[in-house]
Design a protein around this ligand. Structure first.
Ligand code: SAM
Ligand SMILES: COc1ccc(-c2cc(=O)c3c(O)c(O)c(O)cc3o2)cc1
Length: 354
């Protein structure tokens, strides 16, 4: 009897140890995915109908066959690629729906998000998390690592600015496709729309293409709009959302408010209210809404909690918010009412009215 109990404890311990191994090697998965993107594994496999044997893949990519085999063995074990029979006695590598997201470009690619998050600039602040939590100053982990906040940093680091803008555009493509397909009614009757902190204009480019009655104003800091590509029906306007926001019938804000403290969000939202008509205007916000009950978040809902950690590491006082916290900042900014619309995108849409 005692032996059986001991065996049970040992079995339990093995599971616990496996959990901590996953935790310790969490970084490995991201680093190996980054390596796969840089080697272009997914891009090469995509151009082949048949499974690709190791020798063909390594010579096409110009890399060591034995190291490539080990990289792919790890990713196959995580379900990212597959190894199947070629049909003539050999084995070869093929894509999965997950590995397709690691193509360097193309629809639905999430490679730019991996490349941003795994960049040395974004990795450094994680070493300062406890420092940030213990610190009485509100300087943030990114500032502790780099001496200034992320938005000051990118003004003099165009390469990192491009990494951020490409990653944001990658998220925007996936999210906006879902919003355009499922929430078209939000954009009915809007003749002018200003995207505050709109980055390189990907979001408005897609909205104007889908809803051609919209005149788009893409509003962002000078160093961002100066390198933004042209989009039909979109004008790029430079400025600072803490000073003023260009006038329009409606304002769009995606992944901007989670970068800032409640006080700063209220300042931004007040500028947005000033920019729209009091009777017919609205502000369309795309951000995570966290569940108030702990332990309920699983699968994709867990994304909100992961993003919250990214905000802790990469912004000074940014955070993801619960419905109650959104209600607080929206009413403090002067909105009379708001509603939260669940969409098929990962984040819901919050509609706020003056
Ligand atoms: C996380 S990105 C989101 C970009 C875009 N909305 C998207 O979802 O793809 C935040 C954006 O806010 C912009 N931003 C930061 N401070 C700003 C300011 N004071 N005025 C205007 N834009 C600002 C940044 O340059 C950046 O493009
Ligand atoms: C799914 O993979 C990812 C999701 C989000 C991000 C991400 C990283 C950031 O550093 C970041 C940021 O600094 C920021 O200000 C923001 O508004 C979003 C954001 O998202 C990376 C990978």
């Amino acid at each position: 009897m005692a032996k059986e109990t001991n065996e049970l404890i040992q079995e339990g311990e093995e599971e616990v140890q496996a959990d901590i191994w996953r935790c310790i090697s969490g970084f490995t998965e991201m680093a190996v995915a980054k390596c796969a993107i840089e080697l272009g594994i997914s891009d090469f496999l995509e151009t082949h109908q048949e499974p690709v044997p190791l020798c063909q893949l390594s010579s096409a990519l110009g890399c060591s066959a034995s190291s490539l085999h080990r990289i792919l063995r790890f990713l196959i074990n995580r379900g990212i690629f597959k190894f199947v029979s070629t049909g003539n006695g050999e084995m070869g590598y093929v894509q999965t729906p997950v590995s397709r997201l690691l193509k360097r470009d193309g629809e639905n690619s999430m490679a730019a998000l991996v490349l941003l998050e795994s960049s040395p600039v974004m990795l450094a602040p994680w070493h300062y998390l406890s420092n940030r939590i213990l610190s009485k100053e509100n300087s943030g982990a990114f500032s502790a690592a780099h001496g200034k906040d992320v938005w000051e940093y990118v003004k003099t680091n165009p390469e990192h600015s491009k990494l951020i803008n490409d990653a944001m555009a990658c998220h925007a493509q996936v999210t906006m496709r879902a919003i355009i397909d499922n929430c078209a009614e939000i954009f009915k009757g809007i003749e002018s729309l200003v995207d505050v902190g709109g980055g390189n204009g990907t979001t408005l480019g897609m909205l104007v293409k889908a809803f051609p009655w919209i005149n788009g104003i893409n509003f962002d800091l000078p160093h961002v709009v100066s390198v933004a590509p042209p989009y039909h029906g979109v004008v790029h306007v430079e400025g600072d959302m803490f000073h003023s926001v260009p006038k329009a019938q409606a304002v769009f804000l995606m992944w901007v408010l989670h970068d800032w403290s409640d006080e700063k969000c209220i300042q931004i939202l007040k500028k947005c209210i000033e920019a729209i008509p009091k009777d017919t205007g609205k502000v369309i916000i795309v951000e995570a809404v966290l569940d108030e009950k702990l332990g309920k978040e699983k699968g994709l809902e867990d994304v909100g909690l992961m993003l919250d950690m990214m905000m802790l590491a990469h912004t000074t006082n940014g955070k993801e918010r619960t419905a109650k916290e959104w209600a607080h900042i929206l009413s403090a900014a002067g909105f009379s009412r708001h509603s939260i619309l669940q969409t098929s995108a990962i984040e819901p849409v919050i509609l706020a009215y003056p």
